[in-house]
Design a protein around this ligand. Structure first.
Ligand code: ADP
Ligand code: MG
Length: 251
């Protein structure tokens, strides 16, 4: 469903992605795992055509997002790290607005109501988005992303700030979405989430894909028990000592 070949992205000479090769299959829940600044968001934005790669190829269901981002956006739903919502609209008005922008009318209303049910936001559906809790706003952005019935969902750290129940609802939703053939790309720096949810994960470090595989495969390769061990082995988090010493000196 998503093919990435020799992808590079430089921001003003600073390399955020280097030589990324990935194949993400239809129906797969694929995790992008890596510490802050490892390139997860840049990779996601490149997949949907928000960012042009410096070099390399991306195809979403055969379409090149840097040539036809509109076609890609029809197939993909993207929840960014900090979604921009209209504070003075209610969720219901926001969904209607998104529906109209997407050219979707009456037939989507039933879908929207099912989503409102599934994510249990009925109580807040007529309040201003500006007055909603962080978790509730996350749910609103996720529902808005699903209105056009995308084949692919790209979720940038979207479990952050969700209460445990919402996390479960979202996990179950993503499972049934993928069972029906939907593809999910999910970024997180929370290892547990990736471990429980993803069919395969790619571990990113400084814009490099350091390892790709199922959690079991990565375990075999690296002979460690939990994804946390694998994560730290692969990313070999920088020597913390100098940072800690500098902090101690400041204090
Ligand atoms: P992650 O999502 O894994 O935290 P990002 O993709 O946001 O990583 O960032 C990867 C690297 O690219 C970081 O070093 C970050 O500072 C840099 N970066 C991201 N966006 C920009 C931008 N718009 N301009 C310049 N540098 C950026
Ligand atoms: Mg990010």
């Amino acid at each position: 469903m998503i093919t990435i070949q020799d992808l590079w992205k430089d921001y003003n000479g600073k390399t955020a992605l280097r030589n990324v090769d990935l194949e993400i299959k239809e129906g797969e829940i694929f995790g992008l795992l890596g510490p802050n600044g490892s390139g997860k968001s840049t990779l996601m934005k490149t997949i949907i055509g928000m960012i042009r790669p410096t070099k390399g190829n991306v195809r979403v269901n055969g379409v090149d997002p840097s040539e036809n981002d509109i076609e890609v956006k029809k197939m993909v739903g993207f929840v960014p790290e900090s979604p921009q919502l209209y504070e003075s609209l209610s969720p219901k008005e926001f969904f209607e607005f998104i529906g109209s922008v997407r050219g979707i009318h009456a037939n989507s209303l039933e879908r929207v109501e099912k989503l409102i049910d599934a994510f249990e936001i009925w109580d807040d559906v007529n309040s201003d988005i500006g007055s909603l809790s962080f978790g509730m706003r996350q749910k609103v952005s996720i529902i808005a992303t699903l209105i056009h019935n995308p084949k692919v969902l790209i979720l940038d750290e979207c479990m952050n700030g969700l209460d445990p129940k919402s996390v479960r609802v979202l996990k179950e939703f993503l499972n049934s979405f993928s069972k029906k053939g939907g593809t999910v790309v999910y970024s997180t720096h929370v290892l547990e989430v990736a471990e429980k949810m993803c069919d395969r994960v790619a571990i990113l470090r400084k814009g490099n894909v350091e390892a790709v595989g199922s959690v079991e495969e990565l375990r075999d390769i690296l002979k460690s028990q939990s994804l946390e061990d694998i994560f730290f082995k692969v990313t070999e988090e920088e020597d913390f000592e100098p940072i800690i010493r500098a902090l101690e000196e400041t204090l």
